[in-house]
Design a protein around this ligand. Sequence first.
Ligand SMILES: Nc1ncnc2c1ncn2[C@@H]1O[C@H](COP(=O)(O)OP(=O)(O)OP(=O)(O)O)[C@@H](O)[C@H]1O
Ligand SMILES: [Mg+2]
Length: 286
Amino acid sequence: MRQDADKRIANNIDEATIVAKKEGLHMKMKMAITGKGGVGKTTFTAIISRIYAEEGYKVLAVDADPDPNLALALGFPEKLIDEIVPISEMKKLVAERTSSTPGSFGKMFKINPKVDDIPERYCKEYNGVRLLTMGTVDTGGTGCICPENVLLKKLTSHLMLQNKDIVIMDMEAGIEHLGRGTAQGVDVFIVVVEPGIRSIQTYKHVKRLAGDLGIGKVFVVANKIKNADDEKYILENIDEGACLGFIHYKDTVGSSDRVNQSPYDSNKETVEEVKNIKQKLEMGVF
Ligand SMILES: Nc1ncnc2c1ncn2[C@@H]1O[C@H](COP(=O)(O)OP(=O)(O)OP(=O)(O)O)[C@@H](O)[C@H]1O
Ligand SMILES: [Mg+2]
């Protein structure tokens, strides 16, 4: 029965995809990728972004990690990477949009800056994926109200609530820095885990926060899987039905990082695994 239902959903999605492509429509989907440090968030974000772009969708990949490296994983050439300036470091833009003077901590500024043109104007595109690098603000604690932070928060909220594209956000661990309204605009939170208790703890933490915010859709992608025991371990430690699939540990994926190659170009099997995850995800979201 369940298989039949899955097939029906899959067929509907295929049909919807075909119609969307013919009519040049955009599928709207917002996903936020989180998880403990080093589990493979950027790797997964890069591969799924490239898959959607390859299928002809308009994809905006957002590097919201304070230590941004998604451009590398997407396979951006060095010259283009050198041109990337994170939004938070665009002093003129921050000043202009918030009506503040650079470095004017503690002075008056706009708390509702215009951001709707920022994704289009300041993203960089390669391999069909548009990339927006957010940058970070040295807050010295959470909740800093400074012009840079206000602009980043408004932009994040705009991306999640109003932008029409497929938006895939590579985040740091946790979701507490997203406001309630922004988090509620996210269609799906994907927590990348690896076989080990620490990354599972992060999943449980995100799940709890999402619950507090009234968000139900928290899924797991299990990465760096080496054997059946690893799969069993993951399934035993997360909620039933939460796992979208497994990505196996592959030396070529790890070494792609060292030779500066996109993991999307490094291993066909890994890309296939992510395609299956994507299909399961679409069944769960729509
Ligand atoms: N399936 C895999 N097989 C082998 N190596 C992998 C796999 N997935 C990720 N890696 C490697 O693990 C390392 C961490 O991956 P990645 O940078 O994607 O993690 P991250 O969660 O984004 O890390 P950070 O928290 O630092 O942002 C990288 O060297 C990457 O190449
Ligand atoms: Mg990362």
